[in-house]
Design a protein around this ligand. Sequence first.
Ligand code: NFS
Length: 645
Amino acid sequence: MAEIEELSACEATLEMLRQAKEEGQETAFDRVEQQKGCAFGEAGSCCRICNMGPCRINPKKPEESRGVCGATMDTIVARNFARMVCGGASAHSDHGRAVAETLILAAKGEAKDYEIKDRIKLLEVAADLGVEVGDRDINDIALEVGERCLAMFGQQEGELAFAQRAPEPRKEIWRQLGVFPRGIDREVVELMHRTSIGVDQDYENILLACARTALADGWGGSMIGTELQDILFQTPVPLESKVNLGVLKEDEVNIIVHGHEPILSEMIVLAANLPEMQEKARSVGAKGINLAGICCTANEVLTRHGVPIAGNVLQQELALLTGAVEAMIVDVQCVYQGIGQIASCLHTDIITTSPKAKMPYARHIEFHEDRALDIAKEIVSAAIDNFPKRGKVRIPDVQESLIAGFNHEYINYMLGGRFRASYRPLNDGVIDGRIRGVVGVVGCNNPRVKHDDVHVRVVKELIANGCLVVMTGCAAQSVAKAGLMLPEVAREVCPQGLWEICEAVGIPPVLHCGSCVDNSRILIACTAMVHEGGLGDDISELPVAGCAPEWMSEKAISIGEYFVASGVYTVFGVKWPTMGSKNVTDFLFKKYGELFKNTWDFEPDPEKMVGKILSHIDSKREALGIMAKRERVLFDMAMRRELEI
Ligand code: NFS
């Protein structure tokens, strides 16, 4: 058992792992032991892009060999990194495209179950896109916004409209480097082309193109996803919910939504709450229907509806092993193939819904926006039918409360008030040193490191050192499970300046900002900090940083790349995919600093990672001349009058 305890910092996970061991069930935690990897793969020096290979360059003697075509270590490593950026950017962007298509259908009245829920957001986005508002019908505006967004995918020339939101000096950097993203699909396709056999052989040129493609994700595909989801489903506001496997209920039909696109999960929420479905659940002996989420779809329905989170990505197999899940409904991304195998031994149905993602042992009920609620009802109904087939149930009695649903709009409102929305108090808090800096902690879980442990240690240390932390993805779920997303913890774990702010505003020191596409919210928040004034003219001057301590997905690489290219110092943990080439790694970790004003970094040790982040933040504070802790000055009326002149 001592061994199992080393695998996770999460009690519920450990309990389920012990059970899995007793029952001889295999999970990702076992398979990671079988997969030792190889030195070439780890160094990023295995090239499989043509049929003359695979070619492998020995990382210990990179000068001594070349690929059959003559490709060097630098070229191969850069190409592999670039293809990770492409994979990640295309995942987020295809998600964004699906949302744009749904908005268009909704606006045309061809997807009757969807409607424009956030008119204010629609008008704001319309203004940014130059869509005329006047006294036009709301659906006409939505249609044009949707079409403009959809057109960004196929745009060939010019500059992506949402990227115009970035601070001026940042856009100048992109223009000068020739990396201002043109069209979303174009950047991905071009980078795939450039990294195919015999095309771009200059690692520096490839790594610049990586920035362009990733920017097309952050300020393009992901931002479209976030903005249009807010329009369709409402911009989240803070709400309370629960997290961890203990949210599953023994006496109710448990349905888990897993994957990424809220287009589906929103409808499942609606269907599960219908009286006819609740009635059907009671007719099979259940007390009701309990909906819970896994992965980023969980973050979507959590922040808009308070649907509890069953767990993060590494808990998807464990949730099934409770025996309490009637159906796990999946769409795209981060769905382990292992769940099919586990479900095949249980009463659980894995229900795939996207034509893009089918899997063995699953039942496929294809989702179509024009019949969304009917299909959602069919899915919920199928789950209910499974309830009487349940075998042994064992749900860990572990759950935690959290407050989630923070974003740019809410930060603006909570700090400034409804009539004077403003980032001023945040910037002032940073300037006077009560907030040392703001750190985005994002990304996945990875069984190569102790599950949740690195996230929790990094975040605890950051808030103990006066940093306000903003989180998304599975990382956010790790930290919520550790109880750090509650306002009352601020006084216990933060220095006085930070907890005073948290208490005055009523926020936790760690803000849950949503799913991985919602990292675009962090770009917007950084830009708003710049515009508010007093912290420099560009994102790169802010005392902020990003990190992904337990990352695993290509999507995380794309996110990190667009953060760095947007001027945010970004540190990744676990292991780093370009170690085979010193030149490539130096380009990302050093040369990017000259080009983009901040760099990538790598540090698997949580304490050292925090040390690097704090020294970066302090260097930015130093440069801004706000290093010395200043006392707050309370303005009296005379001083205020003077200010207004
Ligand atoms: Ni959300 Fe980011 Fe997947 Fe978790 Fe990781 S990829 S999209 S963080 S693991 S769901």
